[in-house]
Design a protein around this ligand. Structure first.
Ligand SMILES: [Zn+2]
Length: 233
């Protein structure tokens, strides 16, 4: 008779200091990592319980996968995917890295919720090319109120000048002496628009993947902005 030994590594910290820790109601062996104190099993009944599932789902959310694509590929239920999306977005804080920026570009992107393309949800956001960073954003209609809400978030920063296109709402809100208007000044943010439309399935043009709830919509964008700024989640 030969004895086979299987070494179990912790899926969270890869430690080998793993001990048995009882049996689950499903009959599966439970393990405990002595280093990070997390518990885990060898196999799981539900795909969403696997330790690596959440990281994979979040990664797919910021790499242009729709909710149902993620459900199909990972086996995690779409309601769980949406719950993780909202939980993660609530835990993230997108805040500017610097107190001073020479130049900030501001632009608007149309999006929609519930397939009502007539009722667009406009996204205004500020981008700093010198640090390749999205500083702040606001949701609403394409009016000066939405621009004003964005500007209020930027007031605490020392900004040399604002670059925008010639949309009248910008002229009404941004300080005249520090406002530069013209397509030539907003080349960088136009590139970011393209990146946002490519990375987020909800922002793809001619897509059947759209948000049914505004909260999901806004949180999906928050994840994208955080991922853009930090290159990780
Ligand atoms: Zn561990």
């Amino acid at each position: 008779m030969c004895e086979i030994t299987i070494q179990v590594n912790c899926p969270y910290c890869h430690s080998v200091k793993v001990v048995k820790n009882g049996v689950k109601r499903t009959g599966r062996q439970n393990f405990l990592c002595r280093d990070c104190r997390k518990q885990f099993q060898h196999t799981y009944q539900k795909a969403g319980c696997r330790p690596e599932a959440k990281r994979l789902v979040l990664q797919m959310l910021v790499r242009n996968a729709g909710i149902r694509d993620i459900e199909e590929v990972t086996g995690v239920h779409r309601q769980t995917v949406l719950r993780w999306l909202n939980q993660k977005a609530d835990s993230l804080q997108v805040s500017p890295r610097q107190g001073h920026y020479d130049s900030v570009q501001v632009d608007e992107v149309w999006t929609f919720v519930k397939r009502r393309k007539k009722c667009k949800r406009w996204l205004f956001y500020a981008y700093a090319p010198e640090t390749d960073e999205v500083l702040a954003w606001s949701w609403g209609n394409r009016s000066e109120h939405t621009v004003r809400r964005l500007y209020r978030q930027l007031e605490q920063l020392r900004i040399g000048h604002f670059c925008t296109d010639d949309w009248p709402a910008f002229t009404k809100v941004l300080p005249k002496d520090r406002h530069m208007i013209g397509k030539a000044y907003t080349k960088n943010i136009e590139g970011v628009n393209l990146c946002l439309r490519t990375r987020n399935r909800r922002l793809n043009r001619k897509t059947a993947c759209f948000s049914k709830k505004e909260q999901n919509h806004e949180n999906a964008m928050k994840l994208i902005f955080y991922y853009r700024n930090h290159h990780t989640l």
